[in-house]
Each structure stands twice: as structure tokens, then as C-alpha cells.
Design a protein around this ligand. Structure first.
Ligand code: ADP
Ligand code: MG
Length: 627
């Protein structure tokens, strides 16, 4: 009676390839079999929609997973539509043939199909963990049942058998453990239950399991007995399919915690039910705190990806741009297939559309937070603002338009973070540039002599305290037609007050002095000149060209530093008394001029937070002035 039939040659190869390469984790075999069972029940459900003779009683439809440790078998049974002999032959005998896809196509007209299968390969994942797979099935409307059995690539057999009820029962003879792999776990109730929870929590029909539990034995002290209790393992209706109006903030918070997206409370959630060019549901979260590994290489961005309620990827990186890598959450789409590899996903048109959509939603959420919930936004910015600035900087500024209005910088005037738009909108008419000062901390910048003129003019200064700030701004270059200008850069575009000594005049009148000083300093500065920006401080450094002093510091702190130097200019305050001392020393006391020049230069370095080449020489110099 039993006739062995051969798989076709290509099928054999395909099966081997499948088993060894499509799936990286063995545990997903269970996801595939449960998805098939769910599809089989769905098919009855759809038939019942048009067939008056068929009533769909919810209670009658479920999936059951049973492990038999002693017999080393795992059984997945369903009360779904079952398979006829022909269907067994076609759907399980021909690899990459999907009965479910055909069903979907035939029933296209019907609303809201939820059928998962379409590739016709999932079933064979069973061979990753089983030596023998036995399928006993009885189709809806048929009195006959059949048994399909296979040991993998060798082929399969089909024979009639007995089965009382409609549906399918798949039994896996679990492989013995090998040196590298353990298969025992697929017979452990708790392990199976957690696999089901992980991948199949939102299958719409109950997945039942008998769980062995322990309880105190009656009448006996300190003794326990095992008992078996049936449990529905999956939660069935996922939160993202529920109506937003029915959900409370706590529901989202609970979901965030259950999913272990973070240990904090989310700052904001975004619930998307997209119904346009691309259909998907998503729940996204903006965390409140920076994860401890966020700014390290270890941090992996990505969203969970579901196809029709079934998890297909834990962290789908392609769904999030790097600059929004802090976002957590999940996406569920009917348009994606289950057995799709990472490489294929990258080129999936649907996925690209979803990613674009999501990016825009996150952006507008952040914008409205900035507008309506400033405090929350500032909190967010404290945690993840740096990432936004990295986003502006990376890819040669390709994303600056998306991100520039989300940036905040501390303002010298407001004493709090402000947006670029806020800054520009209150610029006085005569102010040409957007001024910024870079430094280690707000306190350090407050004391920078270079800010004196700009601050004296009453202009607002943005404080750049993050390494990335200046680099990001270099990418933006102009905002609303206004150019950014460092307070230490050469030309500040500000005219000095009339009652002060004219720096230009002083400079041409004291040419010899400035040249002498430059010679004394050797190649350390490009020029020594009369300052137009200093008010009360005697000295400061400014720069010419693209590289500022802050940038020099940052670049040189990098592992493969190329010893990049800013072109430094030593600026002397001609309104300060020390200037007179310098003038007096010139031609009269070379040693004194030498000493003063070095002292001033070293002071300027200290103010900038730059290292002094020879601290001992510097302290000796100070002592010389003292004695
Ligand atoms: P897919 O699910 O992508 O179609 P599978 O390899 O998982 O591919 O399954 C192949 C086909 O076998 C399914 O399309 C379906 O027709 C049939 N099938 C598998 N499992 C069952 C089941 N439990 N009940 C009924 N039909 C099934
Ligand atoms: Mg399948």
C-alpha cells in the first residue's frame, strides 16, 4: 500500500538549502507550523462567510501544542480546513508551492484576509529539528483521512489512515542531541511556551498547551505534587490592532515594559494605523532616558517587524534612519512575507515605503512636542539631541533639512536651550551673523574673552558644548540666509565703538612690535595683531580658516589624529595697560618683551583650554615677573 515517491531533484536541493540556510534559528520551525495551522483555520472562517451551511463557532477553533518527552515527539494540531490527498501531494510534496497563496488569490475579493502563508517553504523548517515528520489530516467535507510521512530529503509517503475530526495533526520526531546542538529544549514545556509567546503571541486563534505545574500535596506537609493545567499561551489580539480610543497611556506603557524596549517610562508613543499606499500598523516609542550603551558600537537600532501578527525580525534596522535610532517599537504589515531573508528585505519596496512613512511620523511627532510640550522635548533632547546633531553632520549633510529645526542650543541671553528659528527671528536688524562660541561647558564659555564684543553689542550667542556641534553647523552653514560665525573667527562683522582706540590704526602704528612678537613666538601663531573684539581681557586667540580651536582639540583627541592645527592669531587688547608695557619694552628691554610675549601667549592657551608645551618654563616666567 505504501509507495515511496521521490522528490524531484531540484526540490531535494531546495530542501537542503532551506533547512540549512534560510533560517538562522532552529526555534522558528514552531512559528511556521503554527502559522500554517492558523491559516488553515482562517480558511474555514472565510469559507463560512459565503457558505450558509457552514457555521463558524469560535470555540471550536484552536491550535494545540503537545510535547511528549519520553516518546521524543512534539505535536502541533489544529482544527483547521485539513488537506485532501491531492492537497497533501501538491502542498507538501512540491517545495515552494503554497496552497495558502492560491487560496488567497482565489478569495482576493473577500475583505480583510489575514492568511500568512505564501512562499510554500515554511513547513519544511520542521526538518531542522525533526528526523521524521508525520502529518495526519482530514479535509473539511471529507470522510477520509491521510497520513503523510517523510524523513527529509529522501521523499515522502502517503497512505490512508483514521482521524475522527477535521483538521491536521503534525508530529515531529525530535532529533537526538549532537555534540554541537541540543534539541531537548524543543520538548520542554516552558521553552516551547516562550517560543510561542515570542513569535506567535498575536495569532488570532488560541494556542493551547498542557502545562505541568506543582502544588502542595493535600494532607502532607512540605510535599508537592504535579498536576496538568491547560493554558492558552497567546494573547491573540495585539495592542496595535486595537482602536486608539480604547487604549490608555498605561496600556502603551505596559506594552513598552513587557516588550523590554527599555527600563524607563516612554516619553511619548506614536500609534500608526496606515491605510494608504502602504498598509501597516505600528507602535513607536521615544524613550525618556539614553540607554547605557546608546552612544557605543554595541547599540543596535531597529524595530520589531511582524507580518500579519507573526514576528519575522527582532531588529529591523532598515526601518529607522540612524538619526532616529533611539526609537523603539514594532511594525506589522500584511504586505510582507514570513520567510524573507534580511537581504531580500532590504530591497523590499513595501518596506522602503513603510520606513519613509515612519521617518516622517517621528519627525512630525518631535516637531509637535517641540511646539506644544517644550519641557518634554528638552528632556528628550538631553537624552538624544546629540544623535540628531550627528544626523545633521553625517552623509555630508544630506539630512540637514529634515533635522535642523529640531536642534536646540543653549543661548547666552535666554540662559536656556533655543531653536535656530527662535534665534534668527529675534536678531536685531544690524546683526549679520548667527554667533556661536564653542567650549567645554557653559561656565567655560561664559568666561571666554572672545565673546566680549559680541555680548557687548547685545547679540545673542549660541553655546556649543558638544563635540559634534561645530561640525554639524559646518554642514548647515546658513540658516534662513544667515551664516554661522564663531566668536573666535577673524572677521566678526561688528564695527568698534568710536570712543575706543582704533585697532587698525594701532596696528599699522605698531607694526614693528607685532612683528617682533610673532618672531618671538616662532611658528606657534600665524599672526599677532590688535584685537577688535576684546573689551576688558588683555589677550585671546582667534582663528583663520575652517578649523577652529575647538575643532582642533576634538580632531586631535580622535584615535587616528592627523595632527590638524587651527591657524591661530594672537590678539592683543590695545586698550589694555599691558599693551603700553609691551610698547615700552620694544627696543628698550628685549628680554622683557620676550618674557611678556610668552606669558601672554601662554595665558591665551590656558583660556582656550589648550595644553601648554612647557608648564615649568611658564611658571618660571611668572616668577620672573614677581621678583
Ligand atoms: P506557505 O505557508 O507559505 O504556503 P508552507 O510550506 O508553510 O508554505 O505550507 C505549504 C502549504 O501546505 C500551505 O500553503 C498549505 O496549503 C498547506 N498546509 C501546511 N500546513 C497545513 C495545515 N496545518 N493545515 C492545512 N494545510 C496546511
Ligand atoms: Mg507557512
Amino acid at each position: 500500500m505504501t509507495v515511496k515517491q521521490e522528490f524531484k531533484a531540484e526540490s531535494k536541493r531546495l530542501l537542503e538549502m532551506m533547512i540549512n540556510s534560510i533560517y538562522t534559528q532552529k526555534e522558528i520551525f514552531l512559528r511556521e507550523l503554527i502559522s500554517n495551522a492558523s491559516d488553515a483555520i482562517d480558511k474555514i472562517y472565510y469559507k463560512a462567510l459565503t457558505d450558509d451551511g457552514l457555521v463558524f463557532n469560535k470555540e471550536d477553533y484552536y491550535i494545540r501544542v503537545t510535547a511528549d518527552k519520553a516518546g521524543r515527539t512534539l505535536t502541533i494540531s489544529d482544527t483547521g480546513i485539513g488537506m485532501t490527498r491531492d492537497e497533501l501531494e501538491n502542498n507538501l510534496g512540491i517545495i515552494a508551492k503554497s496552497g495558502s497563496l492560491a487560496f488567497k488569490q482565489e478569495n482576493e475579493a473577500k475583505e480583510g484576509h489575514n492568511i500568512i502563508g505564501q512562499f510554500g517553504v515554511g513547513f519544511y523548517a520542521a526538518f531542522m529539528v525533526a528526523d521524521v515528520v508525520t502529518v495526519v489530516t482530514r479535509a473539511l467535507g471529507s470522510g477520509e483521512a491521510y497520513k503523510w510521512e517523510s524523513e527529509g530529503a529522501d521523499g515522502y509517503s502517503i497512505e490512508p489512515c483514521a482521524k475522527d475530526t477535521v483538521g491536521t495533526e503534525i508530529t515531529l520526531k525530535i532529533k537526538p542531541n549532537t555534540e554541537e546542538d541540543s534539541y531537548d529544549e524543543f520538548l520542554e514545556e516552558y521553552r516551547l511556551r516562550s517560543i510561542i509567546k515570542k513569535y506567535s503571541d498575536f495569532i488570532r486563534y488560541p494556542i493551547k498547551m498542557d502545562m505541568t505545574r506543582s502544588r502542595p500535596k493535600e494532607g502532607a506537609d512540605n510535599e508537592f505534587e504535579d498536576y496538568v493545567e491547560e493554558e492558552t499561551v497567546n494573547s491573540m489580539v495585539p495592542i496595535w490592532r486595537k482602536n486608539k480610543n480604547e487604549l490608555k497611556p498605561e496600556d502603551y506603557e505596559n506594552f513598552y515594559n513587557e516588550k523590554r524596549y527599555g527600563f524607563d517610562k516612554p516619553l511619548k508613543h506614536i500609534h500608526i494605523s496606515a491605510d494608504g499606499a502602504v498598509v501597516y500598523n505600528a507602535i513607536l516609542f521615544i524613550p525618556e532616558n539614553t540607554p547605557f550603551d546608546y552612544y557605543t558600537k554595541e547599540y543596535e537600532k531597529g524595530l520589531e517587524l511582524y507580518s500579519n501578527g507573526v514576528l519575522i525580525m527582532n531588529k529591523c534596522a532598515d526601518l529607522l534612519p540612524d538619526y532616529f535610532s533611539f526609537v523603539k517599537g514594532m511594525v506589522d504589515s500584511e504586505d510582507l512575507s514570513l520567510n524573507i531573508s534580511r537581504e531580500m528585505l532590504q530591497h523590499d519596496r513595501q518596506l522602503t515605503l513603510i520606513a519613509k512613512n515612519i521617518k516622517n511620523r517621528i519627525k512630525s511627532q518631535l516637531q509637535s512636542m517641540l511646539k506644544d510640550e517644550r519641557e518634554s522635548y528638552e528632556k528628550f533632547y538631553e537624552s538624544f539631541g546629540r544623535q540628531l546633531k550627528f544626523g545633521v553632520y553625517s552623509d555630508y549633510g544630506a539630512n540637514k533639512d529634515t533635522l535642523q529645526d529640531l536642534l536646540l542650543f543653549y543661548s547666552s541671553k535666554e540662559k536656556k536651550p533655543v531653536t535656530l528659528d527662535e534665534y534668527v527671528s529675534r536678531m536685531p536688524e544690524d546683526q549679520k551673523y548667527i554667533y556661536y562660541a564653542a567650549g567645554e561647558s557653559i561656565e567655560r564659555i561664559e568666561k571666554l574673552p572672545q565673546t566680549e564684543l559680541v555680548a557687548d553689542k547685545g547679540y545673542e550667542i549660541l553655546y556649543f558644548t558638544d563635540d559634534i556641534d561645530e561640525f554639524a553647523i559646518k554642514m548647515i552653514t546658513t540658516y534662513k540666509d544667515k551664516t554661522f560665525k564663531s566668536v573666535s573667527s577673524g572677521d566678526l562683522g561688528i564695527e568698534p565703538d568710536a570712543d575706543e582706540k582704533n585697532a587698525d590704526e594701532e596696528e599699522s602704528g605698531n607694526k614693528e612690535l607685532f612683528e617682533r612678537m610673532q618672531t618671538i613666538l616662532g611658528g606657534k601663531v600665524k599672526q599677532v595683531k590688535a584685537s577688535k573684539r576684546l573689551k576688558s581681557h588683555p589677550v585671546c586667540l582667534s582663528t583663520e580658516g575652517e578649523v577652529t580651536i575647538e575643532m582642533e582639540k576634538i580632531l586631535n583627541a580622535m584615535p587616528n589624529n592627523q595632527d590638524i592645527k587651527a591657524d591661530k592669531i594672537l590678539e592683543i587688547n590695545v586698550n589694555h595697560q599691558v599693551f603700553q608695557s609691551l610698547k615700552d619694552a620694544l627696543g628698550n628691554d628685549e628680554e622683557k618683551l620676550n618674557l611678556y610675549t610668552n606669558l601672554l601667549y601662554h595665558q591665551a592657551l590656558l583660556i582656550e583650554g589648550l595644553p601648554i608645551g612647557d608648564p615649568v618654563a611658564f611658571t618660571n616666567d611668572i616668577c620672573k615677573v614677581m621678583v
